[in-house]
Design a protein around this ligand. Structure first.
Ligand code: ANZ
Length: 805
């Protein structure tokens, strides 16, 4: 018997909406804040990849409500950003109505999938009531010295008269051009806001310790922060009063130095070039400007560089060491200068080979092992010979320390966060400049002015530079101007999870810095579960942690970290096994499947495809199978109810199975092993559909409740057919453990280590009896024909392995 999923799903969605079934409650003593990474409302709408994480959090949210938790499960829109702006530039339309239309479509799609969001909590980063607080946080950062203006290179495209984001640039014949129109793009310095995330490097590292996040993700963050402990050595330039600082993590190799290499942008470079090298070096510097950091740091064998014609003096050997410049030394890391040790560093080795520099071993190792970067006994190191790396480092440090030419130093790979975008569709900065470039914070909201026809400014400023009122503000007769840039898309997403807590049903926000906010944060923080894509491993998740930690330091929030537990869902690949993308034409829109198979089928299908964290390919046949399974559940229920309940029947087996199922489903939901929970329910339905009559309706009610987090529409319908209360009035069923009949354990049988079958082992059997029964099984005996068993390995209640020849 089929049930009509279209009618059933619509009916319950209307019921939930009318009754505000998923309104956030604050009436219990347990809470769960279950969060999705909020979407960018693109024109294409939701795709089936979004559904995977959203279904997972929905299952947990529904489960927690049944367990008597207050649940906060909100959704919102990360709605500023480049695509809407590009659309606006192309069509002459304003991004706001276009964005709102996309949001309406997303919301409709989410509702059609039966997600249990509290829509009163919806936030939108482009809503001035929201971004006034994004601006507030920025002002606090500024007041605490964590937001400053610096001169930074931007991608300037003369042809389009605009600055471009990295994703708008492509490479053609080795030069960078705009994706639109293929115009050349160069680097141009410009004054921009920078957030000093590096001041939080240590705190961001330390905060990772206690988080329940995948280890791989924590490692990505640790590497991104990149703490490196070493020394800065100060070298005297010969025949000059100048000094060069080099950063090294291998002070012990100082006797192996054959050159000092500084970055082409090093601030001392012009003072270190000898007359006859001037032209060659200047040409080299001009060339290096064209390369990106990535090109420079890639471990390409082809290193380039130029000798500057000058020398430093080695502090121990007093030898002359030549000074070079090379673009594999980065300005922005360490001191922007290195002591080059070819024998023990790969990049230095390649460089020395190319330019015929001396290769001096300081660790006792055969020549064919070079470059060698491990530990070992030191040689060629005068009084430090015979020491290993650590001892040599310490002793050399002590010796150099006396001449004050060394200091301990900690470096981070993490860079400060460039926070200005030369764009229109973003949060304006809440500041004014006076004519002397002094900065004033604006107390109230600085609203984004409505521009009818967005155009590039033709300068390195954003489109806001075109508006006279924006650039000429007169206050008390004095002239000011706004900042012509806006904040990056990462701004709103750095604190949106706090905004949900502050959002009120009437559309207002409780002020972030109020006592009421503090109380609510104490109630709801931290986020108990955050699910989203792995692509946010560093930027979003690091920025949000930074802002949160800053707000903690201000005393606004009560936890050091925002997201206690985090899971990255796997990708849903196209039917061809490839990542879904517009260009491959393999993107799947859920709408057609909601229509043809129903939301419940789609939800269960996505959860049943495999473990949540794995990548999986879309497959319509399996979706058909799930739809049939739901039909079967419905038919089984109808059948058993039509056949009348017979209380005289022996119910022990059914009671045992349903109680075991409660345990299994609960355990697997807690572990986010939804595919296993579903397979347990499938086994139960196989059993249930083999029954013609049952002794009580109770197991049916229990099953409907267990199913409800996964397939909520059909579960409501089943409860209604049973004459029971709806889900929001139910609790997770209580397990009657004493009703679970103990079962003989199933053990696997292997032949030569390969799984070949299973056997149910009776308690009374001896080891020999287990083997005797096992070898009689047809699917085992066929492997044994004509062979001899040479070894039997039996691990009680676990496995039997037969080794044959
Ligand atoms: C001498 C040396 C000898 C080094 C040796 C390594 C091995 P991490 O661990 O990533 O911090 N380095 C320092 N500043 C640099 C810069 N601005 N651009 C490129 N390379 C730079 O790496 C620290 C090491 O990277 C430093 O230690 C330095 O090379 C190089 F057997 O100094 B080492």
């Amino acid at each position: 018997m089929m049930y009509n999923h279209r009618d059933v799903e619509k009916k319950w969605q209307q019921y939930w909406e009318k009754n505000k079934t998923f309104k956030t409650t604050e009436q219990n003593n347990k809470k769960a804040y279950i969060l999705d990474m909020f979407p960018y409302p693109s024109g294409a709408g939701l795709h089936v990849g979004h559904l995977e994480g959203y279904t997972a959090t929905d299952i947990i949210s529904r489960f927690k409500r049944l367990k008597g938790f207050d649940v906060l499960h909100p959704i919102g829109w990360d709605a500023f950003g480049l695509p809407a702006e590009q659309y606006a530039l192309k069509t002459g339309n304003h991004p706001a109505p276009f964005t709102l239309k996309n949001i309406d479509n997303f919301r409709r799609q989410l509702k059609s999938l039966g997600f249990s969001y509290d829509y009163d909590k919806e936030v939108n980063t482009t809503d001035p009531n929201f971004y006034v607080w994004t601006q507030w946080i920025f002002k606090e950062l500024y007041k605490h010295g964590l937001a400053t203006i610096e001169k930074i290179d931007v991608n300037w495209c003369e042809g389009l008269g605009t600055v471009l984001a990295n994703e708008e640039i492509i490479e053609k014949d080795g030069i960078k051009v705009s994706e639109r129109g293929n115009f050349p793009v160069i680097k141009k310095p410009m004054k921009q806001w920078v957030l000093k995330i590096t001041k939080y490097a240590e705190k961001l590292l330390e905060g990772l310790e206690d988080l329940d996040w995948p280890e791989s993700l924590k490692l990505l963050q640790r590497n991104w922060i990149g703490k490196s402990t070493g020394h800065v050595v100060n070298w005297n330039v010969l025949n000059s009063t100048e000094h060069i600082d080099t950063f090294t993590t291998r002070l012990d190799t100082i006797f192996g130095v054959s050159a000092i290499i500084i970055s082409p942008e090093h601030k001392l470079i012009s003072k270190l070039i000898s007359l006859d090298q001037k032209q060659e070096v200047n040409e080299y510097i001009a060339n290096a400007k064209q390369k990106s950091e990535l090109e420079r740091t890639q471990l390409s064998k082809n290193k380039t560089g130029v000798f500057l014609g000058t020398y430093v003096k080695h502090p121990f050997t007093k030898k002359q060491i030549p000074i070079w410049t090379s673009d594999y030394v980065l300005t922005s890391y360490g001191t922007g200068a290195i002591m080059s040790v070819p024998a023990h560093d790969e990049r230095d080795f390649d460089f020395a080979k190319k330019y015929d520099l001396e290769i001096i071993k300081v660790i006792n190792i055969s020549d064919d092992k070079l470059p060698y970067n491990g530990d070992g006994k030191h040689i060629n190191c005068s009084i430090f010979d015979g020491l290993n790396n650590e001892e040599a480092t310490n002793k050399i440090f002590e010796a150099l320390d006396k001449s004050m030419s060394v200091r301990k130093n900690i470096n981070f790979k993490l860079r400060d966060w460039i926070f200005s975008r030369q764009r229109y569709w973003g949060e304006p900065f809440p500041i004014l400049f006076d004519e002397n470039q002094n900065i004033y914070l604006v107390k109230e909201l600085v609203a984004l002015p409505y521009i009818n026809n967005i155009k590039p400014s033709g300068t390195t400023d954003g489109p806001l530079a075109n508006i006279p009122e924006w650039n000429n503000v007169i206050i008390d007769g004095k002239k000011y101007r706004h900042d012509n840039n806006v904040m990056p898309q990462w701004a709103g997403s750095s604190w949106y999870y706090l905004a949900y807590i502050l959002k009120n049903a009437d559309g207002t926000y409780t002020p972030l810095d109020s006592q009421e906010a503090k109380k609510r944060f104490e109630n709801w923080l931290p986020v108990d579960l955050y699910i989203g894509g792995q692509e946010h491993a560093v930027l979003h998740l690091l920025y949000a942690r930074f802002w949160h930690r800053f707000l903690f330091d201000l005393g606004i929030v009560n936890t050091k970290e925002p997201f206690a537990k985090l899971i990255n869902q796997g990708l849903i690949l196209g039917p061809d096994g490839q990542k879904m993308s517009k260009s491959l034409g393999n993107v799947i829109n859920p709408d057609e499947f909601v229509e043809s198979h129903g939301a419940d089928s789609l939800r269960i299908y996505e959860m049943f495809m495999g473990p949540l964290t794995d990548s999986k390919s879309w497959n319509v046949d399996s979706l058909n199978g799930i739809k049939k399974w739901l039909d079967r559940i419905y038919a089984t229920f109808k059948n058993l109810l039509d056949n009348k309940i017979d209380i005289s029947l022996d119910s022990s087996e059914l009671d045992s199975n349903i109680n075991q199922l409660i345990l299994d489903v609960e355990e697997n939901i807690e572990k986010t092993k939804f595919n296993i929970a579903i397979s347990k329910m499938m086994v139960f339905i196989n059993y249930l559909s083999s029954q013609t009559r049952i002794a009580s309706k109770y197991p049916l009610k229990v099953f409907a409740i267990l199913l409800s987090p996964f397939a909520p529409h059909i579960a409501e319908e089943l409860l209604q057919i049973l004459g029971e209360k709806q889900i929001h009035e139910q609790l997770w069923p209580f397990v009657e453990v004493d009703k679970i009949l103990s079962k003989s354990p199933q053990i696997g049988i292997q032949i030569n280590g390969k799984a070949r079958g299973q056997i149910e082992v009776q308690d009374s059997w001896s080891e020999d009896e287990v083997i005797e029964h096992a070898i009689k099984l047809p699917n085992i005996s066929k492997w044994l024909e004509g062979k001899t068993i040479i070894k039997k390995i039996y691990i009680k209640d676990k496995i039997l392995n037969l080794i044959i020849k």
